[in-house]
Design a protein around this ligand. Structure first.
Ligand SMILES: C[S@@+](CC[C@H](N)C(=O)[O-])C[C@H]1O[C@@H](n2cnc3c(N)ncnc32)[C@H](O)[C@@H]1O
Length: 471
């Protein structure tokens, strides 16, 4: 069967694959279908034709998988936020474990044991940060697009970006990713603005006022931040809105106004004004406290981040007085986590503000044995640097999705670090790097950790030891 583009097909889904798509086979050819899960029998239309596989759009579920459940949220099908709501959480964990195992076996060509993914205690309401967008243009539902009637898409839309669309917002009626007050605040702000004639931002025309409502909550304290991102600086309007918010939601401990009068669609303002409270929230990871400002990076699932770091620390098996390197250290959270036993820790990171944040976090926590260097890893992680700082006994690497640059992998092979831990948010690129590192290092075990329930994303931690060093 040639399975041409546009052709309809029927198949049974056998596995959960790349980007959470279900995969089945037709005459031996793999066909990936969005929005499906193993056990579903579906009708689809081929939308992509590649040499070794096809991609199909789901048209109809003919026979649902016995495992399929009703999504908690009415927007599950269209919102890009949580695309696995039809999969029971225990199954999500199984599929994530399988995904990591497949990558380790097929791409890494390794038979390293992969442990079952560590699940999150809360499979909903786990995010500590939500960045809702406001727009004059709402995204139309499939029914509205197909309707013969004229459908007006202009509105005060408050919600999340439609998948792949910077200009259209899915107008949310519910959202279960952050604690309940978060969505109630979004609805309150929207209703208040409509009543008071405060305009939503129009990104095409570059006019209007309110651009984003960002909410940050703390897992370990009662701190609660609302960040109102506006196109213009209108102190009186913001003060009145803030007063109304504080009256309706006593849970709020700080309100900030980011003014983004530029054309970029981010929630980061050109400048920021603190309207109420200290302008930051405080949260903890392990024994360390973090002052989190509106635009600072912080792991979005605090409790699971602690579990992830615990796995990394166990795999590092740090002994008193050892030297630790933390490659791609971000704001230095892992560096601090490792600092308690180490003689010294060196964090290396590309982004300026992250390094500034890392230094600030270390200082605030009174940690004196960590230092940070800014630069592109492939350029700054050199033998000269190692000579200057001292050879690492333990090296943690937590690269971005793309994995490590080949030059960095090559350096690690030459450097021969006794103990290494690889933390990854994309197990396919981690598997590629592990394959190259496995010439010099034994890859002993891999532990997936689920930071993002209801999505197909999974973090994984690998434990490596220099060959000839046991355990
Ligand atoms: C997955 S994050 C690691 C975060 C950190 N370990 C944590 O747990 O918070 C990857 C980090 O790598 C940094 N990065 C990306 N490319 C880099 C490069 N070429 N050199 C150095 N750092 C880089 C990013 O800015 C980001 O902070």
């Amino acid at each position: 069967m040639s399975l041409k583009k546009g052709q309809e097909c029927t198949l049974t889904i056998e596995g959960a694959a790349f980007k959470g798509k279900g995969v089945g086979k037709i005459d031996g050819m793999a066909v990936f279908v969005n929005g499906t899960m193993p056990g579903d029998t579906v009708r689809g239309r081929i939308i992509k034709r590649k040499k070794n596989y096809r991609e199909a759009k789901l048209l109809e579920i003919l026979e649902p998988s016995p495992d399929r459940i009703d999504p908690k949220c009415q927007h599950a099908k269209v919102c890009g936020g949580c695309s696995w709501q039809h999969v029971p959480y225990q199954k999500q964990l199984e599929y994530k474990t399988q995904q990591v195992t497949d990558h380790i076996r097929r791409i890494g060509k390794l038979d390293t044991p992969v442990h079952p993914a560590i699940g999150s205690d809360n499979s909903f309401y786990y995010r500590n940060k939500m960045e809702y967008s406001i727009s004059t243009r709402r995204w139309l539902t499939e029914e509205e697009v197909r309707s013969d009637e004229f459908v007006d898409d202009s509105a005060f839309a408050a919600g999340l970006h439609a998948p792949g669309r910077f200009d259209k917002i899915l107008n949310l009626n519910e959202c279960h990713l952050q604690r309940s007050e978060s969505f109630e605040i979004l609805q309150f702000v929207k209703n208040y603005c409509i009543e008071q004639g405060i305009e939503p931002f129009n990104i095409m025309e570059k006019e209007g006022f309110l651009r984003h409502v960002m909410i940050r909550t703390s897992y370990h304290t009662d701190d609660f931040m609302v960040n109102l991102v506006t196109f213009r600086d209108e102190p009186e309007t913001i003060q009145k809105l803030s007063d109304a918010l504080l009256k309706a939601f006593p849970v709020i401990t700080t309100i900030v106004n980011n003014v983004n009068d530029q054309h970029n669609p981010t929630a980061v303002g050109r400048y920021e004004k603190v309207i109420f409270g200290p302008g930051f929230i405080v949260d903890k990871i392990g024994d360390f406290e973090f002052k989190i400002h509106p635009n600072a990076f912080f792991q979005t699932n605090t409790h699971q981040a602690e579990r992830l770091y615990d796995v990394a620390r166990n795999f590092a098996d740090l002994q008193d007085g050892e030297i630790v390197y933390d490659l791609y250290c971000g704001v230095g959270t892992l560096s601090l986590y490792m600092s308690q036993k180490a003689s010294k820790v060196l964090g290396i990171e590309l982004v300026d503000v992250a390094v500034e944040n890392a230094k600030f976090n270390a200082k605030e926590n009174g940690v004196e044995n960590v230092s940070f260097i800014r630069g592109d890893m492939k350029d700054v992680f050199t033998q000269d640097m190692v000579d200057e700082f001292g050879a690492p006994d333990v090296l943690i690497t937590d690269p971005p999705r793309a994995g490590m640059h080949p030059d960095v992998v090559a350096r690690l092979c030459v450097l021969k670090v006794p103990k290494m831990v690889y933390v990854s948010c994309d197990s396919s690129t981690m598997a590629r790097d592990l394959q190259n590192l496995s010439e010099v290092y034994d890859v002993l075990e891999v532990q997936p950790v689920d930071m993002f329930p209801q999505t197909y994303h999974v973090e994984a931690v690998a434990k490596l030891r220099l060959k000839s060093i046991k355990n």
